[in-house]
Design a protein around this ligand. Structure first.
Ligand SMILES: *Cc1c(COP(=O)(O)O)cnc(C)c1O
Length: 342
């Protein structure tokens, strides 16, 4: 019985086509900016988002951390949701790498409003408080279960940032999922945000890689900051080739991941042992058992069927659909869920 691993969309392995693209990549030393494939990937993403510059990073965390560094000075403060990846899952990097604190906003499934942003800006002439200089949004939200922002709210947040002279960064680890789910234009995001990080290693299915896009002015120190963080790599065109392949071949199919996640959510809702299923907008399903004491038994029954999902603590269980989760696996998982008895 083949394993079905739905803990995260990062568990995927390169497809045959992607491996071929990797094997055939033309490479050079990217620290000298002489890797033609990295340069091509950066140009492709810059063009896609209508930005002047793009830079390839080994991880999403490093791209976000570099963006925070580019936007801030030590002792500044950034505003983000209380569940934000930049605050919760980057090892405290905002304070370590940039010396900035985070003002946490009590958002809705990881999303904050323009009004909340405005309420959390410290008055710039009140020198007792840290100076607010940056707002970080996440789309789709990770801890918020793949929820997508309403683009109108993003526009309003931009307006608040403009009125107060704040930078606006988007942690777009799963932005491609939002673009596909809501049929949005990446150029609209490029117009609004100063910087955007786009992960290639989540739904798009590459082994590693995130690209940070932005305009010339904000990106002028990006190479230096990446070097300081230890992210200057040499013949990394092999990984950039995987990224180009993924953008050309794995983007539209994200709709399949979204449909499967939605079907899993609907099936879960009908089971008497399920308490709540959060709205499923993209490829993440977050749900709770009616009786949290049954969690171990539930996970054990899945394990016996060779199915793995995440237990996020506090009763939160999570399923993430992805490239390596086939229709056949999906049908089997739906049957397993219907037959679980607790
Ligand atoms: C995965 C993820 C990242 C980047 O994580 P890395 O493991 O460092 O690549 C950043 N933000 C969000 C919301 C994520 O889900």
């Amino acid at each position: 019985m083949k394993e079905i691993d739905l803990r995260s969309d990062t568990v995927t392995k390169p497809t045959k086509g992607m491996l071929e693209a990797i094997m055939n990549a033309e490479v050079g030393d990217d620290v000298y900016k002489e890797d033609p494939t990295v340069n091509a990937l950066e140009e492709k993403l810059a063009r896609m988002f209508g930005k002047e510059e793009a830079l390839f990073f080994p991880t999403g965390s490093m791209a976000n951390q570099a963006a925070i560094k580019l936007h801030t000075q030590p002792a500044d403060q950034l505003i983000c949701d209380k569940w934000a990846h930049v605050y919760n899952y980057e090892g405290g990097g905002a304070s370590f790498n940039s010396g900035v604190s985070c003002k946490l906003v009590d958002g809705d499934r990881g999303m904050i409003t323009a009004r909340q942003v405005e309420e959390n800006i410290n008055p710039p002439d009140f020198y007792h408080s840290p100076l607010t200089t940056l707002v970080c949004l996440e789309n789709t939200t990770n801890k918020g279960g793949g929820a997508c922002y309403d683009f109108e709210e993003i526009r309003k947040i931009r307006k608040v940032c403009d009125e107060h002279g704040l930078g606006l960064h988007l942690d777009g680890a799963r932005l491609v999922n939002a673009l596909v789910a809501k049929k949005e234009d990446p150029k609209d995001y490029g117009k609004i945000f100063d910087t955007i990080s786009i992960c290639l290693s989540k739904g798009l299915g590459t082994p590693i890689g995130t690209v940070l896009v932005g305009d010339k002015e904000i990106m002028k120190n990006a190479m230096r900051v990446r070097k300081v963080l230890g992210g200057g790599m040499r013949q990394v065109g092999f990984m950039a080739a995987a990224g180009i392949y993924a953008l050309d071949n794995h983007m539209e199919r994200l709709a399949d991941d979204h449909r499967r996640a939605s079907e899993l959510g609907q099936t879960l809702k009908k089971q008497e042992f399920i308490g709540e299923v959060e709205p499923v907008e993209t490829n993440i399903v977050i749900f709770y058992l009616k009786n949290p004491k049954n969690e171990a038994a539930f996970m054990e029954q899945l394990k016996q069927q060779n199915i793995r999902i995440s237990n996020m603590g506090q009763g939160k269980l999570r399923i993430v659909t992805h490239l390596d989760y086939s229709e056949e696996m999906h049908q089997r998982f739906l049957e397993v869920l219907k037959n679980i008895r607790l």
